[in-house]
Design a protein around this ligand. Structure first.
Ligand SMILES: [Zn+2]
Length: 435
């Protein structure tokens, strides 16, 4: 049997590091390797210790780092032509830029073109899995899933459900959103490496009847994810609470309709009260940190370390939130995340940061059994990184002596130029783009 051996400096995490010197949390091999067969890692460790066959093909990536592919826990593929829109906070940004752009996804051809561009961009950035919002149009989800399947990528996605406070061209109704979602789940959930996320956009754009329908879907299909937005900006929170005056607070709305739980991903979750944070913690829901978006839209500072250390800690993920976010790169996202946390008087160490964008996000998406680490039995979804990718990085590397320093340099100065190759299920996907 023809197998591939990828040789390089391998780094993978076993669990979340508690500190920068908590080296039991990870495994690093200066001369490491992975044996890949049918897209899956069948052996990993020191290169010299790997089982070898006469027909094995060795690809030598030394001195580059090989780590699990990046995972982005929240992004909007229809917003590729919205990213970098000037001068608005959340609600105006939606009305002035995002909603008009999303109306174009009624066209299947447009949806297919942007889905393809989005996945190309993911591969260029070393991201192998994303949790993605499509538009209200079922054909936008069809296009995204079809293109993801063609590339063999593990993607989580769903059509947004919205039936108020949006242009007519972007609204469905409770019944239609239920039926369209159910049909998409039947066709795509669990097919290849795809997962469906039931996606009420947020409470403002859903009537109580539609959130009821979303909750019914979550009960009917407990394997599916739920993704939505929560507590992003002050004006949004006030408007939301005025629409649902009987729910107590914003998180209470999603609780009321059965939308919290271990597969629920709450984008932003910035301004949570202690009660809301307890509610997320107790239900095992995931708070998704979107640093570039939170800064760009002026939404606020996500308190990662407080959420992590509180008596009832939150499960957390980190994400680009493109196109409210300003960069597709998870390295750029970590850089901005570090600064947001620093502004709260805390630090996020680079070992924890690289755990978060790989295994941490895989655990948050309940996908750690199949991806997010370099362990036997996981898909060979990988990114190969060059810490000397630019002249400035090369110069700075001359003074770097530890792995933690190297990772911190990578997240501070690195971007897509540091991505040498991206493997999707063992296939060299970046070089296949011809870039
Ligand atoms: Zn979002």
């Amino acid at each position: 049997m023809n197998r591939t051996i990828l040789r390089g400096r391998t780094l993978t995490f076993r669990r979340a590091p508690e500190a920068i010197d908590d080296s039991d949390a990870w495994s690093f091999e200066e001369d490491g390797g992975l044996v890949v067969e049918n897209g899956v890692i069948v052996a990993a460790g020191a290169y010299a210790s790997l089982p070898r066959g006469a027909d094995d093909v060795v690809i030598d990536h030394r001195p580059y780092l090989i780590i699990p592919g990046f995972i982005d826990a929240h992004a909007h593929f229809p917003q590729m032509q919205v990213i970098g829109s000037y001068g608005a906070e959340l609600l105006d940004w939606l009305n002035n830029y995002t909603f008009p752009a999303e109306t174009r996804f009624a066209s299947e051809a447009h949806a297919a073109q942007i889905a393809s561009a989005f996945l190309d961009e993911m591969v260029r950035q070393g991201t192998t899995t994303s949790a993605v919002y499509c538009t209200v149009h079922p054909q936008s989800a069809e296009a995204f899933f079809a293109e993801s399947e063609r590339r063999g990528m593990a993607m989580v996605a769903g059509k947004v459900m919205m039936d108020r406070n949006a242009p007519d061209a972007l609204t469905d109704d409770a019944r239609r959103s239920y039926e369209d979602t159910k049909a998409l789940i039947g066709k795509w959930h669990g097919r290849g490496r795809l997962s469906y996320a039931i996606t009420p956009r947020f409470a403002i754009t859903s009537t109580p009847a539609q959130l009821e329908a979303a909750g019914a879907l979550a009960r009917e299909f407990p394997d599916c994810h739920v993704q939505t937005h929560l507590s992003e900006n002050r004006a949004e929170i006030a408007f939301t609470n005025s629409l649902y005056p009987d729910c107590g607070d914003y998180a209470g709305i999603y609780e009321r309709y059965g939308l919290t739980g271990r597969k629920s991903l709450f984008g932003h979750s910035i301004h949570l009260s202690e009660r809301e944070a307890d509610a997320l913690s107790e239900s095992g829901s995931v708070a998704v940190f979107c640093p570039t978006s939170n800064l760009f839209l002026g939404s606020g500072l996500f308190d990662y370390q407080r959420y992590r250390r509180r008596a009832k800690p939150l499960r957390m993920a980190i994400a680009t939130d493109v196109g409210g976010g300003t960069n597709y790169s998870m390295l750029r996202t970590l850089d901005e995340g570090y600064k947001v946390i620093a502004a709260s008087g805390e630090k996020l160490d680079p070992m924890r940061a690289f755990w978060q964008v790989t295994r941490g996000n895989a655990e948050a998406l309940s996908l750690a059994e199949s991806l997010g680490s370099l362990e036997k039995g996981r898909f060979a979804d990988l990114v190969v990184l060059d810490t000397r990718a630019t002249p400035a990085m090369r110069l700075r590397m001359e003074t770097v002596t530890t792995l933690a320093e190297e990772l911190f340099l990578l997240q501070t100065l690195g971007d897509d130029r540091a991505v040498v190759e991206t493997y999707v299920a063992g296939r060299a996907a970046k070089s296949a783009l011809g870039v």
